[in-house]
Design a protein around this ligand. Structure first.
Ligand code: FAD
Length: 421
């Protein structure tokens, strides 16, 4: 097991300085890849470069959490279909594959010196850097909401304890109470995610609190897999869920976490449980490194996932602008494999093949009622473009829906093994 401590990093920095002072040695040193973020995107890059380069590249993964809890399938945990512990994945197998883990937080990137400064003070030199920090929130997108409000009104949008808290609040809700979701504007992580979450909250309430009501306050006029969700809500949870777009509510004007009040231009709601999913941007380190544009996300070269701002840095996953690809773990994993190939080509001269991307997003509406949407993608000079796509149909029979659900279980087992080893 290789966990680098502060001393080891400082030694590494000193060694790099010595190497730079003596160019003759440079050719003999192993090239260094630093990866920021050990989630779906960063974990995949770290593992694939370590595995496929057979030790020819020094790979260091910077991730503060010893265990990563997936957002994907967190809705199934809310609905009672998946154990909380089964959402957690550690880094032991990745380290066994040759990845050095820096359990730390990246605070700054010096793109000229090609170094990453960690919260501990350690400085990591890199030849290539991969940035995959996921998302951060635009807190001011919902007036009255902010980091201090997340205990009262959990967002539950970064996995882990927030999701646990939200589920506990739903379970403890008074009989006949009101659950409100303030849904996010585009672009955000997992387009069908809010609506799967609503389905799973409804599934839980149907058993424990059948007279409860759910209101979704949406800044959007339509959403992913809308016809499928609407059909499913009508079939499984009739009369329980009200979805209100901004054209009806004039949007959420303010929330007051202390009184659980949600004000819209149309009506005010006092919720028993409220989840607020704010507007999103790339994880803060991407902005600090100067890799974002005015959208708050990172422009990339569609063929290699290299930053359009700094070609020595690859950005994958939710933090990047991925053209037609949605922000999903499937997408992040797919992008990471192209990035890993481009990084190995740059650092070791390994052969690179044309990038191909894919995504499927499964959602569970009720017991064994699974639906999906997906596509294949190819890079064009402008963007990652969809080349074909598919979506479940309304009116499908129960056997097909069960198959779709079972397919999603297989996907979860497969992708988590692919990321974490
Ligand atoms: P993440 O997986 O979030 O990983 C980012 C990592 O970076 C984190 O571990 C974080 O700790 C770390 N990090 C951040 N900043 C720093 C820093 N400065 N230094 C070091 N480390 C840092 N996707 C699907 O494909 N299928 C689904 O069914 C699905 N369901 C979802 C349901 C919900 C409710 C939600 C919220 C999301 C869902 N997703 C799903 C989306 C999926 O979780 C994300 O798109 C995916 O995790 C993005 O991967 P990423 O690597 O970009 O970010």
């Amino acid at each position: 097991m290789r966990v680098l401590d502060r001393r080891a990093f400082l030694t590494a920095s000193t060694a790099l300085a010595a190497t730079l002072a003596a160019p003759a040695v440079l050719g003999q040193a192993k090239p260094k890849l630093v990866v920021i973020g050990g989630g779906a995107g960063g974990g995949t890059i770290a593992r694939y470069v370590a595995k496929d380069s057979g030790g020819a590249v020094d790979v260091t993964l910077v991730e503060p959490n010893p265990v990563y809890h997936t957002c994907f399938f967190s809705n199934l945990y809310v609905g009672g279909f998946f154990d909380y512990d089964a959402l957690g994945h550690g880094y032991d197998a990745m380290q066994a594959a040759g990845v050095a883990l820096a359990q730390d937080f990246a605070e700054a990137v010096d793109r000229d010196a090609k170094t990453v400064r960690l919260r501990s003070g350690a400085v990591l030199p890199y030849d290539r850097l991969a940035v995959a920090p996921g998302i951060d929130f635009k807190w001011d997108s919902v007036p009255g909401y902010g980091p201090d409000a997340v205990e009262r009104m959990p967002h539950g949008w970064k996995g882990g304890e927030q999701v646990r808290l939200l589920k506990a609040q739903v379970e403890a809700m008074r009989q006949g109470g009101l659950f409100v979701m303030v849904a996010p504007p585009n672009p955000y992580r997992c387009p069908p995610g809010p609506y799967e979450r609503i389905s799973m909250v409804a599934h839980l309430l149907k058993q424990t609190n059948p007279t409860a009501k759910i209101v979704v306050l949406d800044p959007k006029e339509n959403f992913s897999k809308q016809a499928l969700f609407m059909e499913g809500w009508e079939r499984h949870y009739p009369g329980m869920i009200e979805w209100l777009p901004a054209s009806i509510t004039e949007g959420v004007k303010r929330v007051d976490p202390a009184s659980m009040l949600i004000e819209t231009g149309f009506e005010n709601y006092t919720a028993d449980v409220c989840t607020v999913v704010p507007a999103q941007k790339a994880g803060a380190i991407a902005e600090a490194a100067g890799l974002t544009d005015e959208s708050g996300f990172c422009p990339i070269d569609p063929a290699t996932m290299a930053s359009r701002i700094d070609p020595n840095i690859h950005v994958v996953g939710d933090a990047c602008i991925a053209g037609d690809m949605p922000k999903s773990a499937f997408s992040a994993n797919s992008q990471a494999k192209s990035a890993a190939m481009a990084i190995r080509a740059a650092l070791t001269g390994a052969r690179a093949f044309p990038a191909r991307y894919a995504n499927t997003c499964w959602s569970l509406i009720a017991t064994e009622d699974g639906v999906k949407v997906g596509a294949r993608y190819e890079p064009t000079p402008e963007k990652i473009a969809s080349v074909d796509n598919f979506i479940s149909q309304t009116g499908e029979d129960a056997a097909l829906r069960r198959n779709t659900y079972e397919e999603s279980l297989g996907w979860y087992a497969g992708i988590t093994a692919d990321i974490f080893g």
